[in-house]
Ligand binder design. Sequence first.
Ligand code: ADP
Ligand code: MG
Length: 364
Amino acid sequence: MVTIMRKIASLLILILTVFLTSCNPTSNRTKLVESNIDYFQYFDTLIYLRVWDTKKYNSDSELWKGAEDIIKHIQLTFQKTKDGDFEPELYKLNQSAGSGQPFKVSYDLFEVLKLGLEFAELTDGKFDPTIGPLVDLWDINNKAGKDAAPPSQEEIEAILPLIDYRLVELDEENKTVLLPLKGMAIDLGAIAKGYAADVLADYFKANGIEHAIINLGGNIFAIGKRYEKRFDGREEWAIGIRDPRFSAEDSIANVYIVDKTIVTSGTYERFFRDINDTSKTYHHILNPDTGYPYDNNISSVTIICDSSALADALSTSLFALGIENGIKFLEGQFPDVAAVFIDNDMNFYKTSNIDELYDFEPFI
Ligand code: ADP
Ligand code: MG
């Protein structure tokens, strides 16, 4: 599966690398460009890219334009809503639900949906890419940070039968998807950012970048090792795991990594307070069985591995599986992947491989 993801990424990169080399003739810049930072606002989140490069690129080079084009393209591929008059393919696929007609999708959308369905199988539907109608009903993206009303029990019960990954029919050869029931909707929000991080990492590597940090709202890909050693002589990147109680700058632990991705799903990412009872909050990872957000004492789960799409699928899946089952699942199915859960009382729960593979440094 990961190989497939890499292949899709490489295709896109090939196109963009050719584009870059053709319109950016090698400059003889010898000055060290210590860091180039660009801020893009896509995927409803802040995107932050930082590259250390010795000669070719400065902050307004074509490299950044290519990166932004990749992000725009991927965002549009996984966007469920219309973009002005433009109808993205996922929007059109969801509109086709119930028509009885298979809908042809791009290679990228097909492969990421396949990955999503595979995780639905693996988690027995706790992760489910047909979660779309429930995501729309809760509308957490719009309500986040506010006091708002949750949907009614009747509204929830009316749409639950539409959420079932087993109903989706894929035709591998023709790259078509059939959604048999009217109202069904695919949502790949749990994987899209990770997939984008993989494509960007391959793009930077293909353009000769050896040291970079890609950060898509907490989905981090650290390329290579640090450009220069840290003050204490370390060559690994120190990546902070966010303290769930505080703002994004506050870390509760560091993990030291070289050329790995680290992805966190947390209840603090997007949630709203119940307008009728402000002691209640509702976050954005939803249980297809009950129709409500998972309520399992988890504040966040962080995954460390080589593929960001895999890490993203896993972070949401492990959240859904819960601490004990999530750790068992990972150790059984993905022994090379490491995970750390943080519960609501700020206790850590780690897979047993994490201390062998990485230096994990908690601050509490
Ligand atoms: P973040 O966007 O905070 O990085 P995640 O990677 O954890 O979040 O994915 C959460 C998103 O996944 C939700 O916003 C929604 O689009 C989608 N989602 C919610 N519940 C599920 C679920 N049970 N299975 C699959 N996808 C889900
Ligand atoms: Mg995820």
